[in-house]
Design a protein around this ligand. Structure first.
Ligand code: NAD
Ligand code: DAU
Length: 340
């Protein structure tokens, strides 16, 4: 199988490429990534080194998914499946400026869908998010039939791509599938997201900016479990369907923070309650029974195991995140933080 994976230099995309490359020794993988602030070729250095020595079945192409000419040049050479991870992925940045979110998340998806259709790609997986469903009250779960009600420019752009993906199935018969996963954590996550930001800040003895009352709830899943779910969907999912992916692990942000401080042996005085995120969704929780019963997926990591692996990885890979935090990201973070 020849796969075009977009956004493969980011957090989940790089974990997915590593997983697929190792699991399927005969698969060819093309990674198309524009190397935005969140894209980092270091994330796949081990795979590149392994591939250069032996296999020669991994190719990196630097480019924009919204570049129709480039995308068509890649896909016309023969691609069996497209897995679209490429996106602007951070809610706070979308509040700061939503333009690039529309360009990449919606227009980029349109270019990929068109290329998939034109060149008879047999599988198109749109990696979406549970945030398209909006926010839950204290009870209930998101199912695949929950109406879309996105609240941030980020989630609105992802919902736009979902609807476009659906339309390419209904109108043209392109074999599309949408996955909607909850909050991921694990190695190589860019330190702007809650867990890696708080781990790395705590290791540097700087403050942990907890939004609002710290009681917003997310459903956490270890990134490798997300990858195994996408693998199932890619090979066995039904065209035209949506599959929710979740970790069955609801935690408040405060609980996450306390767990991290305890694991790192750092004081609670590092916590700084700051102004809330505008439009902050209160609670996400996923019903992924369709994926489990129909495709036989189950998660391998509970929260304790996943967090142990994650914290250990950040402890062992300080140069990786320190290089990021001293760069462009720091300026953005400082500005955002100072505004609170
Ligand atoms: P990320 O920000 O770490 O990585 C995004 C990658 O996309 C980067 O490598 C970046 O360079 C690349 N990219 C951005 N714009 C591009 C463009 N125009 N053309 C080509 N490449 C481009 O994001 P992530 O957390 O790994 O998320 C990956 C996907 O999974 C996204 O679509 C996101 O919406 C979705 N998702 C994320 C989570 C989560 O918890 N992180 C949960 C559910 C779904
Ligand atoms: O649910 C899936 C989504 O999860 C993905 O689609 C997004 O790409 C991904 O970024 C993530 O979105 P969230 O907004 O939930 O993730 P984030 O890590 O930004 O925030 C998690 C929670 O922590 C949220 O309630 C806001 C809070 N938070 C976040 C940051 C960065 C803080 O309290 N302080 C912070 O500094």
């Amino acid at each position: 199988m020849k796969l075009l994976v977009t956004g493969g230099a980011g957090f989940i995309g790089s974990n997915f490429i590593r997983y697929m490359y190792q699991k399927y020794p005969d698969y060819l993988i093309i990674n198309l990534d524009s190397l935005s602030y969140a894209g980092n070729l270091e994330n796949l250095r081990d795979i590149v080194e392994q591939d250069q020595k032996k296999d020669k079945r991994y190719t990196f192409v630097k480019g924009d998914i919204a570049d129709s000419k480039l995308v068509n040049t890649i896909v016309e050479q023969g691609v069996d499946g497209i897995v679209n991870f490429a996106a602007e992925s951070h809610v706070d940045r979308s509040i700061d400026n939503s333009r690039i979110f529309i360009e990449t998340n919606i227009l980029g998806a349109q270019v990929l869908l068109d290329a998939g259709l034109r060149h008879n790609v047999s599988r198109f997986i749109q990696i979406s998010t549970d945030e398209v469903y909006g926010s839950l009250g204290p009870t209930g779960l998101f199912s695949e039939t929950t109406p879309l009600a996105p609240n941030s420019p980020y989630s609105a752009s992802k919902a736009g791509a979902d609807l476009l993906t659906r339309s390419y199935f209904e109108t043209f018969g392109l074999s599309t599938i949408i996955t909607r996963c909850s909050n991921n954590y694990g190695p190589y996550q860019f330190p702007e997201k809650l867990i890696p930001l708080f781990i790395t800040n705590a290791l540097e003895d700087t403050q942990l900016p907890l939004y609002g009352d710290g009681l917003n709830v997310r459903d956490w899943i270890f990134v490798e479990d997300h990858c195994t779910a996408i693998d199932k969907v890619l090979h066995h999912g039904r065209p035209g369907e949506v599959y929710n992916i979740g970790g069955n692990c609801e935690k408040t942000n405060k609980e996450i923070t306390m767990t991290l401080l305890q694991q790192l042996d750092k004081p609670q005085s590092l916590i700084n309650y700051v102004k809330d995120r505008p439009g902050h969704d209160r609670r996400y929780a996923i019903d992924c029974s369709k994926l489990c019963t129909e495709l036989g997926w189950s998660q391998q990591y509970d929260f304790q195991q996943g967090m142990q692996r994650t914290v250990t990885w950040y402890l062992e890979n300080k140069p990786w995140w320190q290089r990021i935090k001293t760069g462009e990201y720091l300026d953005f973070y400082k500005r955002w933080y100072e505004e609170r």
